[in-house]
Design a protein around this ligand. Structure first.
Ligand code: SF4
Ligand code: SF4
Length: 382
């Protein structure tokens, strides 16, 4: 066990790294009870906070890297402690002091982002390859940017989501541009995993690139890009507006700019992602979009909206290994099966990766499709 002494020094490091709210905790334990990890294994959130208060911190423990930043604990804390900031601070101490090791798979993703601007380590020059025919590369003077996120830009399954998004924007007559030559990862999981300097560098590069291109509005597929642009880039001085694609589609439908022509006869359940739902209170728009597609029947799972069950991919966890019997996405898929859904509808690339993985293990036991909402919209306008 790697303990830092004297104890005050360890506690001070966490406070300086952003964990100042440590001192507000009065140890009620509600956070531990609300944490989804405790559905599959032990994760003593209250105890970790107490250890950090005392400065008795085992930075080598696996616990340092478990938090998915789902915000369930923050939402229920009676003292308003931002537990996510404390978890991020502990990771930052590890990343910046080397007191322990960053998990190998996370380190690889972070190194890839530093080297080629995306966590998958794909060539920066291929970032725009998703926009092949029939999706045309948009080159206009528009101040609207479509930023697909690294995963839809490169990962084969998610590329279909980027392509579907572009098709819808074109069908609705939206004048937008893409900037694959100059954009980089938004840096969300970089910051959540404690690599602050790299995050600052990515944010400055992106803000400069967007400013040079005259961007005043950014449409995103990822709730993680949404949250990062909206809150963290704004704190750094960004002035553009950011809108998640489900919000934009909801608007286009209300304005009569997106019309459906084909019935999609499917029983669909919607999984609220943590970063649209708990972090940003966006529950109604995705449901409004789904309700507007003719033929779709919506069924709800037990844990929805602000009580949604995390898929397990936030806080950089998407780049870390999760043992098979510890995946929240398996539990969620079971919930979707229990309400007899034919389609599990999503609005987040991380959720898509996790649920597609879970579905492989469920094959045979579950007959279900995993689709992003934009793919269902595309079917409806075909
Ligand atoms: S819920 Fe809040 S006050 Fe209670 S133990 Fe957790 S952090 Fe501390
Ligand atoms: S943010 Fe979520 S995963 Fe992290 S400690 Fe809180 S409840 Fe657990």
């Amino acid at each position: 066990m790697a303990l830092i002494t004297p104890f005050q020094e360890a506690a001070a490091l966490v406070r300086e790294a952003g964990g100042l709210e440590l001192d507000q905790c009065y140890q009620c334990g509600l956070c531990t009870g609300s944490c989804p990890w405790n559905l599959v294994r032990e994760f003593p959130v209250r105890k970790l906070i107490h250890q950090a208060q005392l400065g008795v911190i085992d930075f080598e423990a696996e616990y340092t890297w478990l938090c998915t930043t789902c915000r369930s604990c923050v939402q229920c804390c009676p003292r308003g402690v931002d537990i996510i900031d404390i978890m991020k601070a502990m990771r930052r101490v590890v990343a910046e002091t080397g007191v322990s090791k960053v998990p190998d798979s996370l380190w690889l993703a972070v190194s890839n982002i530093a080297g080629s601007g995306n966590p998958l380590g794909q060539p920066a020059g291929q970032r725009g390859d998703w926009a092949t025919p029939p999706t045309k590369k948009a080159k206009t003077d528009s101040g609207i940017l479509y930023f697909p996120c690294c995963i839809p830009a490169y990962e084969p399954r998610l590329k279909k989501v980027a392509q579907a998004t572009a098709r819808i924007l074109e069908a609705a007559g939206v004048d937008y541009k893409i900037l694959p030559e100059v954009e980089n990862c938004c840096g969300e999981s970089v910051r959540k995993s404690g690599h602050e300097n790299l995050f600052q560098s990515l944010a400055q590069k992106n803000m400069q690139a967007f400013s040079n291109a005259g961007i005043n509005k950014i449409i995103v597929n990822s709730p993680h890009c949404y949250d990062t642009f909206k809150k963290e880039y704004t704190e750094l001085g960004a002035e553009f507006k950011v809108i998640h694609i489900v919000q934009y589609l909801s608007q286009l439908i209300d304005e009569g700019k997106l019309k459906f022509s084909t019935e999609v006869k499917k029983k669909v359940t919607y999984h609220d992602s943590c970063y649209l739902a708990r972090h940003n209170g966006i529950y109604d728009e995705p449901r409004h979009v789904l309700e507007s597609i003719p033929g779709i029947e919506i069924v709800e799972m037990p844990d929805i909206k602000e009580n949604t069950l995390c898929c397990g991919g936030g806080g950089g966890r998407i780049w870390m290994d999760t043992k098979k019997n510890e995946r929240f996405s398996d539990l969620r898929l079971q919930q979707a099966k229990n309400v007899n859904a034919e389609v599990l509808a999503l609005s987040c690339p991380y959720c898509m990766l996790n649920f597609e993985d879970s579905l492989i293990d469920f094959q045979g036991a579950v007959s279900m499709e995993i689709k992003d909402i934009v793919e269902l919209v595309c079917e409806g306008i075909a």
